[in-house]
Write a protein that binds this ligand. Structure first.
Ligand code: AMP
Ligand code: MG
Length: 625
């Protein structure tokens, strides 16, 4: 029989990635898969990453969880060199090991060279994908692949026929193997946690089973799972900050009549300079046919008033002189024009600001005060916009108490909830206060269910680390949620968790943010704000980023860091300087106070361990900068 499969070949090599060496093993493995295993080469994807655990895991997670490939072959990074980490990257991702494949590969290689003893491959299954680590050399990788090739059809048959996974691309692997008689149950959640029991602390996992994703990968997952909310009709007064869903065209010209730009006299231009008899005045709001100007006459006119019939120009009052008035000074009888004007002087012709049919707003525009003014100017009083998400905010932790209460022993005041609620308000989203949930299984489950039922998206803080009371992840999985990621390679914010949960016939999103107040605030800004903006219809939902000059020295961390800082704009047009907000501990909320940007600092490496005053870094602009 045959099984449908799709494959990925991941070359792990610093030198190939940097294009200092040509990747020969990857293409060779692809050739073997297509020529000998008869897999369509269009169903084999390939990529190259450096020997970096995070980069390797990023690709593996993407290929297993999103592309749902049947087979991944890695080549490279399995030896004893310091940078060889492919087995480590693989080990933490797999749900089940496949030691038989390892034994087969090593024993066959040992017959060729004793150096095979130094190979450390890991093979295993993540969800419905088989991952096989092969050596980096063309010869070694090809021998190992050929050694396991006879068993692959049956292995993949077992995997693909016993899961609901749907391969995005299909191919048929030639196989003389028999049909699988057994039902192999694969973990449906991200990780096999069946042996874990969160009621029994001694049985908890001592290492997080969640791979640490690079920030960019986490962001990509968030954006891939975020849908734009449907549109609603809103009166202009309620539409500030919303995104308009349709183009708006003017149905009337603006101005709708020739209007005076100045306070002065409506005249016939060809009359030139000299004295005129003054007719009744025309002021803003009068009808244009109230007066008719004929040669030798003029009429007083105010800014915005319609040009009276007969007139073809306006002479501003500053260019005239009174000749004669009524005795009591209330009526002007004649004035002298000191300056000759051309036809059309100081008149806005019909439609000079906006013509009929002109597009005044494009769909996707964010409605600020000027855009709302523009809509009003063309007579629109309500408009179709994307709705904005309702966000439920829940704090978790037995230690939390409400500010204002007398301090209780072992407690801290809940600062995250008001921080999140008011940040949401500041950005214009609808925030719902779900209070504090105790770290008890039943309480948390009930609070989460209630939060899910009242919102489009839920944000919690606390309860996602490795402590015995960190129950959020298992409870969300029990509610049917899929943990799309459970750790991010960043500082602060490592335990940031993103989940999609089927609820009430819809798919809802949950951001389970870390409890430390700064971690919570930073990850809200970094991950959640773009997600909420996308839901609200923003076309460019990410924070603006600019290059800034450091005003202080920084020691780089092992993880990419998001330091809080204050931008100081210079009036001489120079690149802005940033000042620190002090000690950057993730519990120290003072480091967030007054911060208007997040510095995006790279992780340290062998060559770079610090940044000095005057060096340039990228800063994400927060708030309304
Ligand atoms: P957790 O993420 O639940 O392990 O909490 C990490 C740290 O953040 C602990 O010191 C908690 O006391 C603190 N923390 C958690 N939630 C809050 C909150 N809502 N307000 C202030 N501190 C919190
Ligand atoms: Mg906690």
């Amino acid at each position: 029989m045959s099984v449908t499969i799709s494959c990925g070949i991941l070359t792990v090599s610093d030198r190939c990635f940097a294009q200092e060496a040509k990747d020969e093993s990857g293409p060779n493995l692809k050739r073997i898969l297509s020529e000998e295993a008869k897999i369509n080469s269009s169903d084999i994807i390939t990529t190259i990453v450096p020997d970096d655990i995070i980069r390797i895991q990023g690709v593996l997670v993407d290929w297993c969880d999103r592309k749902k490939l049947s087979l991944i072959l890695t080549t490279g990074g399995t030896g004893f060199a310091t940078r060889d980490v492919t087995p480590e990257a693989t080990k933490h991702l797999i749900d089940k090991e496949a030691p038989g494949l390892v034994v087969a590969m090593i024993s066959s290689s040992l017959q060729v060279t004793p150096m095979a003893m130094l190979s450390r491959p890991v093979c295993g299954i993540r969800k419905s994908t088989l991952i096989v680590n092969l050596p980096g050399s063309v010869k070694g990788s090809q021998e190992c692949l050929r050694c396991i090739l006879p068993a692959l059809p049956h292995a993949l048959d077992l995997l693909t026929s016993n899961t609901s996974a749907v391969a995005t691309t299909h191919s048929t692997l030639a196989s003389g193997q028999h049909k699988c008689p057994h039902q192999h149950k694969l973990a449906t959640a991200s990780h096999d946690r069946s042996r874990e029991d969160f009621h029994k602390v001694a049985l908890r996992a001592r290492k997080s089973p969640y791979p640490m994703l690079p920030v960019e990968e986490a962001m990509r997952i968030i954006m891939d799972h975020t849908s734009v909310l449907p549109s609603i009709e809103l009166p202009l007064h309620d539409a500030l900050g919303h995104v308009i869903t349709d183009d708006v065209h003017a149905t009337q010209p603006l101005p709708p009549f020739p209007a005076s730009i100045k306070d002065g006299y409506a005249v016939i231009a060809s009359d030139g300079t000299g004295t005129r008899t003054v007719l009744d005045p025309v002021t803003a709001g009068d009808k244009p046919d109230k007066v008719t100007v004929v040669s030798g006459t003029c009429c007083r006119i105010t800014t915005g008033a319609p040009l009276p019939s007969g007139a073809d120009a306006v002479v501003q009052v500053e260019d005239t002189e009174l000749v004669k008035s009524s005795e009591d000074g209330t009526i002007e009888l004649s004035v002298k024009m000191l300056r000759a004007v051309d036809i059309g002087t100081d008149i806005r012709p019909i439609g000079c600001d906006i013509s009929v049919g002109q597009r005044v707003l494009e769909s996707g525009t964010i409605l600020g005060p000027s855009e709302l003014g523009l809509l009003a100017a063309v007579g629109v009083n309500q408009t179709k916009v994307n709705s904005r998400p309702v966000v439920a905010v829940l704090s978790t932790g037995n230690e939390l108490q409400e500010p204002g209460e007398l301090p209780k022993p072992g407690h801290v005041y809940d600062s995250n909830r008001v921080l999140l609620l008011s940040s949401l308000k500041e950005y214009g989203f609808v925030a719902k206060d779900m209070g504090i949930a105790k770290d008890s299984y039943e309480f948390l489950k009930e609070s989460l269910t209630s939060a899910l039922s009242q919102s489009d998206i839920v944000v919690t803080s606390g309860g996602v680390s490795m402590g015995e009371k960190d129950l959020l992840k298992p409870i969300l999985e029990e509610l049917g949620g899929e943990i799309l990621f459970g750790r991010v390679f960043m500082k602060p914010g490592k335990p940031t968790t993103f989940v999609q949960v089927p609820f009430g016939g819809k798919t809802k999103l949950v951001f389970a943010l870390p409890g430390n107040p700064v971690s919570c605030a930073v990850t809200f800004q970094l991950f959640m704000v773009p997600c909420l903006r996308k839901m609200s219809g923003w076309k460019c939902p990410h924070h603006n980023k600019i290059a800034v000059k450091l005003g202080f020295d920084i020691s780089l961390d092992q993880r990419p860091e998001y330091q809080r800082a204050v931008l100081q704009w210079k009036d001489n047009g120079e690149i802005p300087l940033v000042a620190t907000t002090g000690i950057q501990q993730s519990s120290r909320l003072l480091s967030m106070s007054n911060a208007n940007c997040l510095l995006q600092l790279p992780s340290r490496d062998e060559k770079h361990s610090k940044l000095s005053v005057g060096e340039m870094v990228n800063a994400l602009l927060l708030k309304h900068l």
